[in-house]
Structures are given as C-alpha cells and as structure tokens.
Design a protein around this ligand. Structure first.
Ligand code: F6R
Length: 242
C-alpha cells in the first residue's frame, strides 16, 4: 500500500483522473469501480474536462458503483445513481447498458446476486474509494468480520451523521444501504483511495499505524490489495502527523 501526498485536493483529483486515464488508454473496455460523495467529485470534474478535450473515450468503458442507499431509486436526488448521472454519466459518452448501479428499491438479495455475478465475470481494472471518518470503504462499516460479497448493511451512527449534510435532516438519511463487499474491493486490479479534510485524519493515521488487517477498520483491507494507493493532500498529512 503506497501513500502519495499532494499539495492540494485539486492536485489529488488530477492525479486520480490521470491514473484512470492511463488504465483506459491501455484497455478501451476497462471496468471502472466508482465511489460517490465529496471525495471523488474533483476526479470526475477532471475526467469530464479531459473527455471534452478529446483526451479520453468512454464508449467501451464499463462502470460499477460501490453502493446505494436502500429505498432510493436512481431518480431520487440523494441517490448515488443520481449523483453519478449528474457528475459523470450524462457528461461523457458512456453507454447506458455498460453502467452497473445498485437499485436501492429492489430486493437486496437480487441486487447482491446481480453484482457478484458481474464482478466474477468482469474484475475491476481500477477502483476509486473515499473513506468514512470511521474507516469505512464503500458502506462496509466497522464490524467483527469482513463481508466478502455484496450485502445489505445498517449504517453506522457516524456515517448517518456525516452524510446528513446531503439531506434536509439526519432523520432523512436512510438507515441501511447495499454495498459491494470486501471480495469485490480487494479483487480490483488497482485501488486508489482519496482522502481530504481534517475529519479523515484519524482514519488515515490508524490505517498507516501498523500492518494489521482489521475488520474494525475496513480500509485496512487495502494492505493486502495487489496494487493500492492512498492519495492525501499535505494539509491532511500534517494533521495526521500531529
Ligand atoms: C460512497 C462511499 C463511501 C464514501 C465515504 C466518504 O460511494 O462508498 O464510502 O466514499 O463515506 O464520503 P465523502 O467522500 O463524502 O467524505
């Protein structure tokens, strides 16, 4: 697991976009694993900018997102599907049939089966992750064991609190979600985690504190991924060292 420290969130975002574009340049039909939330927003902006400049082509690209809230459809403005449509899918030439999203309104078992079948047949070439303040990745919350496959999860209190900024009030945040499990994440050929902001300092500090892989710190699975990079900016780095 490598640590890269950049000068700013913008520089981190550019670095991630370049990593994605390098994979796409080498494989036109690459499978991209995608996260939502604030962390990858800058990367999506860079990818859209480069698409408009003719530097990257999504016509044969496949994508698979990490997670979705239970109960929210793709047209719900707080759903992760809606986020992806707004930030990336509607702005580039990706084909609708090549987009894998969890349907938060369908049965969790059915969605899990569909996701895990796809992942077995299409290993992810590059996956972007954000990180929760409690160290979650996707919506794999701290628990006594890692869940290998896609599954339904009850969201941790701190996750509901952190994500309430996207909703009118904390009570509107769905209490559960469906998430890709650790097998899907660790099966990716390349994983890049981006973190920025003081709130993430503690989780990143814990991640680099030792060599242990601990389900109570879900991001620690990155230590056994074949090619994992953590990208943080200098402000976060200084904070983590303090
Ligand atoms: C979202 C996801 C989550 C977020 C994490 C950080 O698809 O998988 O793990 O990456 O909650 O969220 P932000 O980036 O909003 O701080």
């Amino acid at each position: 697991m490598k640590l890269v420290v950049t000068e700013s969130y913008e520089k981190s975002s550019r670095l991630l976009a370049d990593m994605f574009e390098e994979v796409i340049a080498g494989k036109k039909n690459a499978v991209l694993g995608l996260a939502t939330g604030s962390s990858p927003e800058g990367m999506y902006e860079c990818l859209v900018e480069d698409y408009r400049a003719g530097k990257v082509d999504f016509s044969q690209i496949h994508t698979i997102n990490l997670d979705e809230y239970c109960g929210l459809s793709r047209s719900h403005t707080q759903s992760f599907g809606y986020f992806m449509d707004r930030r990336l899918f509607s702005k580039v030439n990706i084909k609708e049939e090549n987009i894998m999203l969890i349907d938060g309104t369908a049965s969790a078992e059915e969605q899990a089966e569909r996701y895990d079948t796809f992942l077995r047949e299409h290993p992810i070439d590059i996956l972007v992750l954000g990180i929760g303040t409690n160290g979650h990745i996707g919506f794999n919350e701290p628990e006594a064991v890692f869940h290998a496959n896609t599954h339904q999860v009850e969201l941790a209190k701190e996750t509901i609190q952190a994500n309430s900024r996207f909703f009118d009030k904390a009570q509107d945040v769905p209490a559960s979600a469906i998430t890709m499990g650790m097998a899907g994440i660790a099966g990716a050929r390349k994983v890049v985690l981006i973190a920025s902001g003081e709130a993430k300092a503690d989780a990143i500090k814990r991640l680099f504190a030792d060599d242990l892989v601990d389900p109570m710190l879900p991001c620690s699975i990155l230590k056994v991924c074949r090619d994992a990079t953590v990208v943080i900016d200098r402000t976060l780095y200084e904070r983590m060292k303090a």
